[in-house]
Design a protein around this ligand. Sequence first.
Ligand code: AMP
Ligand code: MG
Length: 271
Amino acid sequence: MHLDPVPLGTAPTLDDAAAAPPADAPAKQTLRERLATLGARMAALQGALYAEQRRAMLVVLQARDAGGKDGVIRHVFGRLNPMGVEVTSFKAPTPLELSHDFLWRVHHRVPARGIVGVFNRSHFEDVLVVRVHSLVPEQVWGKRYEQINSFERLLADNGVTVLKFCLHISRQEQRRRLLDRLKEPHKNWKFNAGDLKERERWDAYTEAYQDAIGLTSTEWAPWYVVPADLKPLRDVLVAQVVVAVLERMAPQYPAPGPEAEELRRLLEAGG
Ligand code: AMP
Ligand code: MG
């Protein structure tokens, strides 16, 4: 199984069935081995991206509460050299952030050349939670899809490859994971009473996600919908896309400069 980008203008199906692994999904152990192989390949490509210092990659992770964003960061991106990775978790905006346009805090965290940036939530919250809770009027959030497309185009034109993942879980799976957070002492810290309020708005979020994905899955910044109920499959599917995109980018280690040969001779001669 592998993921294709969502075609622009198509609202993806985000029902419970779309979150489930296919009947013929490999066993967990096989998936773990596959992830290890993909992780090694990803790290090798990242090494060249970092050394080349010409281009960046920005990975946007969006999901409902307990959808697996933190898990993907740890299990997939945790395999990269941390020197070349920057993770940004976007929370409810501060007063300073709110006093600017919605992309201000986001642009600031776009990775520099050579870096893989991972967004744990993103500017898409400004058409998701903001829309579902009417934090700004529709005249304001309604224009943001176009604004996001222009912003991501600017990034793409400036050497930033943008990839967007929606980690899609089913209602039952979210229930299981939220219950786990209440029951397991080492997971309590992740539970937020507000998560249940968001859960009540399940259908409103589904619509907001469908619009966001359908209206912003562009050629230059595509969306991928990941069936995310089975964690090891979710990780493999994300890693496969990242590896395929890095392979297409084909980063190259810089060739030695013209002085390298002479310096080598000097050092070899004991200088
Ligand atoms: P968490 O990811 O669990 O740490 O929660 C972060 C919270 O910040 C979530 O409830 C998000 O909905 C909220 N959040 C992130 N970005 C925004 C935004 N632009 N406007 C309002 N709330 C936001
Ligand atoms: Mg949370």
